[in-house]
Design a protein. Structure first.
Length: 310
């Protein structure tokens, strides 16, 4: 009768009953095994014997130097299980059993993405509509300003602070318009009229009736003469070439300039030179450089509105 058994590594053996209790070396794992005692074999039907084949015997070597051991063979340890892989397989199995969960997750993600994209589109449409319906700024309104003694008048921007005095007792007339950001100053110069007369007398020496450049006209010379007087109040003063223009006052000369003042803040503005029988008048309109486009139209209107005030 044969004894059938397996090593803990899974290798199957069939040996003679006479070897019961002897030790042997496993062919597969090289571990020393003990042949168990023969167990009674139950009767097997022919059909069962056809279906169940005896395990194929493996070659092995007996350890003849050892005594027979009748103790039972220890059972093989349970196989190790990868917990993470088992959990992942369990989740995949759950998803296969309940595919509605996966569909719900996909639907939820799609809704979130649609909400983000749709919300941004709606916000853009709302902002565009608000921008399109925003009313354009109202045009600047003006009020007439007259110096106390009527030496000049001008359109002052409505809502701006206005101040002025002088014009009597040898004090030159002056006016100042400001809104906290921009300033327009109009200042008379008593000595300027004398200088203006000198420049006028030097025009066309010899009485030649010739057309002369604008910068050589009396107002052009006076404008250049006053440049240094104005520039001393600023730093980094730079001025573009001036041009003669006609305003209600008469012929004047205007230049655009840039400079720094205060703690180095950059400004941009106009400098305009005017002359009369009694006074020579300098006009300076200035604002922060970054605000030039906003205030330039206001400066143009005010400077081109100045009249003699009578």
């Amino acid at each position: 009768m044969s004894i059938k058994f397996r090593c803990t590594c899974g290798k199957a053996y069939k040996v003679s009953e006479a070897n019961a209790g002897r030790k042997m070396v496993c062919k597969g794992c090289k571990k020393t095994l003990r042949v168990p005692e023969a167990a009674p074999v139950p009767a097997v039907t022919k059909s069962a014997s056809r279906k169940t084949a005896a395990p194929k015997s493996e070659e092995f070597e007996f350890d003849d130097d050892s005594a027979r051991d009748t103790r039972p063979v220890a059972a093989a340890p349970p196989p190790l299980v990868n917990v993470k892989r088992k959990r992942r397989r369990s989740e995949e199995s759950d998803q296969r059993r309940d595919p509605s969960k996966s569909r719900k997750t996909l639907i939820l993600v799609a809704l979130v993405l649609f909400g983000l994209i749709g919300g941004g589109g709606v916000g853009y449409v709302v902002m565009s509509a608000a921008t399109a319906t925003k009313a354009p700024p109202e045009p600047q309104k003006y009020v007439q300003y007259k110096s106390q003694e009527g030496h000049f008048s001008a359109d002052a921007p409505d809502g701006w602070k206005t101040d002025g005095a002088g014009g009597t007792g040898g004090v030159p007339p002056w006016a100042r318009f400001e809104d906290g950001t921009a300033t327009i100053s109009i200042k008379g110069n008593p000595a300027g009229s004398v200088v203006s007369d000198m420049f006028g007398a030097s025009q066309n020496p010899g009485g030649l009736d010739e057309e002369i450049p604008e910068e050589l006209t009396p107002i052009g010379k006076m404008h250049e003469f006053q440049k240094e007087r104005i520039a001393v109040d600023y730093s980094d003063y730079e001025e573009q070439p001036g041009k003669n223009v006609k305003i209600p006052w008469g012929e004047v000369r205007i230049s655009e300039f840039t400079a720094s003042e205060g703690f180095g803040s950059s400004i941009r503005g106009y400098r305009m030179t005017m002359t009369s029988v009694q006074w020579q008048i300098n006009v300076v309109a200035k604002c922060p450089k970054r605000k030039w486009e906003e205030y330039q139209p206001i400066f143009d209107h005010v400077l081109h509105s100045i009249d003699n005030g009578y």
